[in-house]
Write a protein that binds this ligand. Sequence first.
Ligand code: SF4
Length: 403
Amino acid sequence: MVKVPVNLNRSGRQVMPTDQAPEGATSPDAKPVLQFTAKRRGKAPSHLADLDLSGRKQVLKDAGLPAFRADQLSRHYFGNYVADPAQMSDLPKNMVDQVRDSLMPTLVKPVRTLEADGGLTIKHLWELFDGSRVESVLMRYPQRTTLCISSQAGCGMACPFCATGQMGLTRNLSTAEIVEQVRLAAKACEDGDLEGGPTRLSNIVFMGMGEPLANYKAIVETLDRLIKESPEGFGLSARNITVSTVGLVPAIDKLAKLGHPVTLAISLHAPDDELRDELIPINSRWKVGELLDAARRYFVATGRRVSIEYALIRDMNDHAWRAQLLADELNKRGHGWAHVNPIPLNPTPGSIWTASTKKAQQEFVEILRKNGISTTIRDTRGSDIDGACGQLATTVAKEEEAK
Ligand code: SF4
């Protein structure tokens, strides 16, 4: 094989995120604005999945119902994925309404469902009690079935390449609103909604709408419901759960202290502060170095290799010197603690947010591997159905506006 000389000088074309208005921006001079406070203050109705088993018992007691029913209801919910008390044949008919009101209100309703990849991918748009909308994507692979879930309605992190980021933060989802996305997916798997017949939901990734660690309390409670066995929770393996973040350093450290062996995924997308300050606005608070230090601490605390997500964007972050800088930044913190997932963007002619050339992708991956960094190009499922987070919600909102 003839080796092509790699240009490690900081030369070559440099496209910056500010060369174009953010994705989905309504005016050409719109600027990404970080937002930490939700626009809506309303809270979702309280639900069984918000509470641990003793909390569920207490709610039933307060409603004048026998506490032992908490166990029975929880087994229906977490073991059989049934959320409607009317469908529980062992629940006395005269208790159905009271149980629904006190513990099992409907939290999530389907607005639209789209299929892709020959039925192996299903994307759902859900409506919540206050009209907020969120998305989840269910993907079947040969060895696993993965659900990508949303943790917030909208997002306050304002990443300029992301449709959700331009909506701003509507509100945090409650624990039960996040858990409901999982229950509905587990039920869809069991019912054989995905091509290939019935299967088991095995993996969860917090990579849908929202920054999970900005809704920290609900995420921690959700992890509890996902990992604990029925009747406490679904009994999913913590090793099959991935929490992603753009870099909320103090929350990464808090999560590390919990000691769950869940995978942490860092949406890095740039190894240098100059670019990352514009690409991921939260970088103005916590710089690349601080973020990678926290990621390394997470690895030390949990023993779980950290995933570094890196969307390859043509002439913006895909330069050979950036691949080398990324490898150096990872290697100077130790070896074998991080795994890089370059993600090819969809080609979008005329936009600055477009795919790297095949040659640039290959070169980027080769440099990382040559430097001993394990690297896998990530699959981009569902890209033909508004795959990136927030795109389906935005498309549907526009259609409704036009009616
Ligand atoms: S990429 Fe993720 S963190 Fe950034 S704005 Fe979109 S949803 Fe939020």
